[in-house]
Design a protein around this ligand. Structure first.
Ligand code: KIV
Ligand code: ZN
Length: 391
């Protein structure tokens, strides 16, 4: 039976940490509305203690998007009372508010960043969770830099936070250090112990992309028992970014036999969301980016185009309509064959040529295609116009 995986979107928090990607209130509200349409389970709307503007944006999202809706609204707090209060005050207007607390677990965080002992850091976390629980029933604890932490210390932290009342445990690969097999077995071990301790607690992962493995690590975690994934639209986020929501979601949808899990994401809203986030944040999507890149469904070689026209699945594992794109995209180049060129003419309503006429037109097409990278629709009109003029 397929397991439901919760999708926690942090485009408005981790994603907004990208230099230059700051959004104004109107833009944040539009993105949050679109995330609701996409049907993410949780929106992390910001880091309210960082500025009055961020506090206000989280509060407006909680009021305008989170009221009368099941969608959970959260925001980030360090393990200090002031931050937790700011999160509580901003998210409490939502029907389903969640406080998210983060605190380091690796030696470098404990010793170098905090200059404390492991026990002291653990105690700070417990105090923070206990305090947050006096404000709201739902509290997530993030064991920052978990993938570089000493495992038994990581587990004792998780155990203590669950006993203090945390309802979600998030295991971040904060610096993108993890490797899928290792990360998967770490999640397996945590899940095994966690489900024995309290099977109501959700186990979550948050993977960064420093080695290009955020999606792979997230999927490995799902295979090994994670209930929830944290990700961003287009994979934006601190440094090399976070696991891309669209990649994780479409991997689960495309390979159910591998993952045995699904999300509630309305996949036909993926492209709309991707374009909105890219436009508002001024962050172009890499052209060959999986799922949302401009070339993700563009086919340019003649062999591929011919196969695709005969049967889509020869070169397409995802129907573009599933992510909200109109149709397959054939890119006409000097490598395109007769089949693709004929199809493109037909799409433009020009399908009346005899075989002989088409051979002349195709020769003209190749002459032009040799002089440029791509042949566009308007070039096809000009070819046909010239063809009729010369007769
Ligand atoms: O990367 C990280 O560890 C984070 C936490 C706040 C979850 O962003
Ligand atoms: Zn992060």
């Amino acid at each position: 039976m397929s397991r439901k995986i919760w999708v926690f979107d942090t485009t408005l928090r981790d994603g907004e940490q990208v230099p230059g990607a700051k959004l104004n209130l109107y833009e944040k509200l539009e993105v949050a509305k679109q995330l609701k349409k996409l049907q993410v389970d949780i929106i992390e709307a910001g880091f309210p203690s960082s500025s009055a503007g961020d506090f206000n944006a989280v509060q407006e999202i909680a009021k305008q998007i989170g009221q009368n809706s099941n969608i959970m609204i959260t925001a980030l707090a360090r393990a200090v009372k002031g931050d937790i209060d700011a999160v509580y005050e901003s998210v409490r207007h939502a029907q389903n508010p969640l406080i998210h607390i983060v605190l380091g677990t690796s030696n470098v965080h404990v010793e170098k960043k905090f200059g404390k002992s492991k026990q002291q850091v653990l105690d700070l976390g417990v105090e923070a969770v206990r305090y947050a629980k006096t404000l709201l029933p739902e509290v997530q604890y993030s064991t920052e830099d978990a993938s570089r932490a000493d495992f038994e210390y990581l587990w004792s932290t998780i155990e203590a936070m669950v006993k203090a009342g945390a309802t979600m445990i998030n295991v971040p690969d904060t610096v993108g250090f993890a490797e899928p097999e290792q990360f998967g077995s770490m999640i397996y071990k945590i899940n095994d112990r966690l489900k024995n301790l309290n099977d109501q607690v959700l186990l979550s992962v948050h993977c960064h992309n420093d080695l290009g493995m955020a999606t792979a690590n997230t999927l490995a975690a799902i295979k090994n028992g994670a209930d929830k994934v944290e990700c961003t639209v287009n994979g934006i986020g601190e440094r090399a970014g976070n696991a891309a929501l669209e990649e994780v979601v479409m991997a689960l949808k495309t390979r159910p036999e591998v993952y045995g899990a699904h999300t509630d994401i309305v996949t036909t809203e993926i492209m709309n969301t991707s374009r909105m986030v890219s436009g508002f944040m001024g962050l172009d999507v890499q052209v060959n980016k999986a799922i949302t890149g401009e070339n993700a469904f563009a086919h340019s070689s003649g062999i591929h185009q011919d196969g695709l026209i005969k049967a889509r699945e020869t070169y397409e594992i995802i129907n573009p309509a599933d992510i909200g794109l109109d149709d397959m995209e054939l890119v006409l180049t000097a490598r395109s064959g007769r089949h693709a060129v004929k199809t493109m003419f037909a799409k433009l309503g020009m399908n009346q040529f005899t075989d002989e006429e088409f051979e002349v037109i195709f020769a003209e097409f190749l002459t032009l295609a040799d002089t440029k990278k791509e042949v566009y629709d308007h070039d096809l009109y000009v070819i046909v116009e010239n063809f009729y003029k010369q007769r």
